[in-house]
Design a protein around this ligand. Structure first.
Ligand SMILES: *Cc1c(COP(=O)(O)O)cnc(C)c1O
Length: 391
């Protein structure tokens, strides 16, 4: 049996909605499906305004543009994230300042944020890893106390909650991704959530080439013109038709992924108890969208060996993230590996198991059995290092 890492899941409606979009003749941006998706997300996550974008990366770029970053400004973010989080800041000439993550959920560590605040700090980007929230109570307090903008990189976190509030709706701005590897997809796509009313107009202008075209389309003005710096982040209505089909099944998809999470957790608990690896734990005050499932080994060598053997048996595990601070670009910025030792260890010791909406119980069983075989053989040979005490 061959188990890929990811497989695109289709509902029954994508083609029908795309056909409707094509027949309507409106295939550029901000058509019926874009508006429908924006409305659906606004209703669900309870935010002031949602703007659909061409990607999660572009939502982050918009957010960085909107908070008026200037060259030399500093933005605190975890090193354990996707390069887009840092690129968004660097494209404005500002400086990403990398932080450690917390051991319990691998999201940004508030204690380290406090250590890295300087007079130049302008914002914090809180990345919600694996669809599980950061410690938002502390992070929101830090941002408030120090008068910093708070941007949530909730690219992996659509439909997850922290204390009954949806991820993406708590900072000044929030970003979602609907890339093909995320839970819900348009192939490519993203969304910017504007939670602060005062920023809505700025977002609208930046997203539409620095013009007041949106006001023109709403017939509020009789011609539109260039009013500021912007770009174009508007997705095609064809992609939004695809995404709309997926979002019709929000809860159904989350249920499917909960089953996967529960299956892996239950069948791998034995190894967690033995201290061989850690798995994602969902705190009592959080609800997850079960975006991904990882095994965090106590030693990089073990991760590498298990990964090789899994791949040999055609179970496609993957690694991520290469921490930004120790990547070639991070080194150009002056970071050394040892600056963030815990992040470095996580990047070298984490293995992701296949998770996709359409994975069957038979496939899950194959993944678990294959992994158990590998681990048992190593345990018998005395080759597994146990480091984590059982939780
Ligand atoms: C996927 C992801 C992004 C980028 O989203 P795209 O839609 O692929 O541009 C940004 N940040 C994080 C944490 C992500 O997981």
């Amino acid at each position: 049996m061959k188990i890929p890492f990811n497989k695109v899941y289709l509902t029954n409606s994508e083609i029908a909605y795309i056909k409707t979009a094509l027949e309507s003749g409106h295939i550029c941006g901000d058509g019926f499906y874009t508006k429908s998706v924006e409305f659906l997300i606004e209703e669900r996550v309870q935010t002031e305004k949602v703007f659909m974008t061409t990607s999660g990366t572009h939502a982050l770029e918009m957010a960085a543009m909107m908070i008026g970053l200037n060259p030399g400004d500093e933005v605190i973010m975890p090193s354990f994230t996707f390069p887009s989080t840092a690129n968004a800041v660097m494209l404005r000439g500002a400086i990403p300042v990398f932080c450690e993550v917390e051991e319990s959920h691998l999201s940004i560590d508030p204690n380290d944020i406090l250590k890295k605040i300087t007079r130049k700090t302008k914002a914090i980007i809180a990345v919600h890893y694996a669809g599980i929230s950061c410690d938002m109570e502390r992070i929101m307090k830090i941002a408030g106390d120090h008068k910093l903008f708070l941007i949530e990189d909730a690219a992996q976190g659509f439909n997850s909650q922290y204390r009954n509030r949806y991820l993406g709706s708590m900072g000044h701005l929030g970003c979602f991704s609907f890339h093909a590897t995320k839970n819900y997809t348009g192939g490519e796509g993203g969304a910017l959530l504007v939670n602060d009313k005062r920023l809505v107009k700025t977002a609208e202008t930046i997203r539409n080439m620095g013009t007041n075209q949106s006001e023109f389309l709403r017939k509020e003005i009789d011609k539109y013109s260039w009013v500021g710096i912007g770009s174009k982040y508007v997705p095609s209505d064809i992609l939004m038709a695809f995404l709309y089909a997926q979002l019709q099944e929000i809860d159904h998809i989350t249920e499917k992924r909960r089953f996967i999470y529960d299956y892996y957790s239950y069948h791998l608990k034995k190894y967690v108890d033995q201290g061989i690896f850690q798995i994602p734990l969902i705190p009592a005050d959080c609800r997850s969208n079960y975006h991904l499932f990882y095994l965090l080994f106590s030693h990089p060598q073990m991760r590498d060996q298990v990964l090789d053997e899994l791949n040999m048996k055609e179970v496609e595990g993957v690694i991520h993230f290469v921490p930004l601070h120790s990547s070639p670009m991070g080194q150009k910025l002056g970071y050394r590996r040892e600056d963030l030792p815990f992040t470095e260890q996580v990047g070298n010791s984490l293995l992701r198991l296949p998770v996709y909406n359409s994975i069957t119980e038979e496939e899950l069983d194959y993944v678990v059995k294959t992994l158990a075989d590998i681990l048992e053989r190593k345990l018998n040979a005395g080759k597994l290092i146990r480091c984590y005490s059982s939780l």
